[in-house]
Design a binder for this molecule. Sequence first.
Ligand code: ARG
Length: 490
Amino acid sequence: VAQKKTKLDPLRASAQEEVVTEYTSSLPFDKELYFWDILGSIAHVDSLKGAKVLSAAEHAKIRKGLAAVLDNLNKGKVELRPELEDIHMNVEALLGDMIGPLAGKLHTGRSRNDQITLDLKLYSRERILETMEELSELQEVLLSIAKKNLKTVMPGMTHFLPAQPVTLAHHTMAHWFKLHRDFDRLSCCYDRMNCCPLGAGAIAGNTYDIDRFATAEALGFKGPTSNSMDSVSDRDYAAETMFCLAMIQVHLSSMAEEIALWNNPQFGYIKLSPTLTTSSSMMPQKRNPDVAELARAKVGRVVGDMLSMIVVMKGLPLAYNRDLQEDKEPVFDAFDSVVDSLWAIRSLLCCADFDVKRMRAACSAGNIIATDLADYLVKKGMPFRKAYLTVKDMVNCSIDEGEPLEEWELSCFKEFSGLFGKDVLDYVKPESAVERRKIHGGTSSSSEKASIAIAEKYVERQLKVMESIEEDVEGTITRLLGAKAGSRPQ
Ligand code: ARG
């Protein structure tokens, strides 16, 4: 750490250098990018050969050297040098150790400005795929819970109070569709991001006869970016990715909250697998839902990651500014947090026991068929406002007597309105309330089957999206490293 001195007593030169190396180095975190950095370099030397900047022999030697550097890094055989500021300079230095002065040709026509944004895009593409895969797995669990519970009634809540009966399937599928939109958002964001910045150089492009289209294709991009200044200063893809990730985490936090509440014995709708809960150091009876609580809490950091990215970008003049180096840690952290949380919530759900009896009992306790009773009277000719007030009186009476409406006898109903007939006794059952909502998107079992069919179509589309991204990501590796892409970091 640099010595602290007063301004009248300036730092000695070596201490000044320390300030710069310590404070500006990105190596501690950008080393995470070494794999994609080297792949980008391989694509770059291929294009330098195409532009006749490198002879075939030079190209072969550099390529071989880069592959060897990659191999060494994968095996942890080399020490990175902190004084070299970042992963890009380190890779170049390692190449120099391997092949000598020829390594000096690697960076021809390239800047770290186009290099770093390329690396971050390549990294993000792979992690978007990973996120999509995890997300789909969670959706699969939700879908299977839904399919098993088309007729499981439970209180749906508004304002966190019992409102109307729904099915567990309907509740579960509500989360499913949110996750589907998250998937879709990520996929659009991927499409916008997937243009290759290499060739933009430091700011203005480069003077070599490089075929940017071929480089983009080799790296699995849909094409090159169209403005060099935009290419090196663009981080909206990172901000947008993090918005998508933050939204996923927000959705997971609602699920986590419900899991924790439903697992509370006062709800008792689910029982978490004991192995997925933790014990208290003091209270022997406790099994705590820490996994759900942490998934709920991680919203804070993911939203924080997104915010820090956007704020870093604010007010930056074109084009590259060192501020942009602050992009990486939030991106890495957001992906890590979301991928882990998707996995955690899926684990909780697929091992949980659902107590359908508790859910059913909660339906009659809450008088949640009150709206249906008003609808009943309306269908028999009473204006809605009058029906509403009649049922309100009935609810008050039910509370006074401690007798849920669902258990009333016909004579009691008749005391409030002569319009009530024998059919009301079935009408007040939550099962029939649910089945009356046959509207598109409603909670009846037939509506639910229809929306599950829609979801299954979306699943097919999601699979196709993942296949195509996998082709971009894995195709890049096989094209640049050969069919035996064994040199993948794990
Ligand atoms: N470490 C830098 C970053 O992460 C790489 C680009 C540096 N460019 C420069 N001109 N200093 O953004």
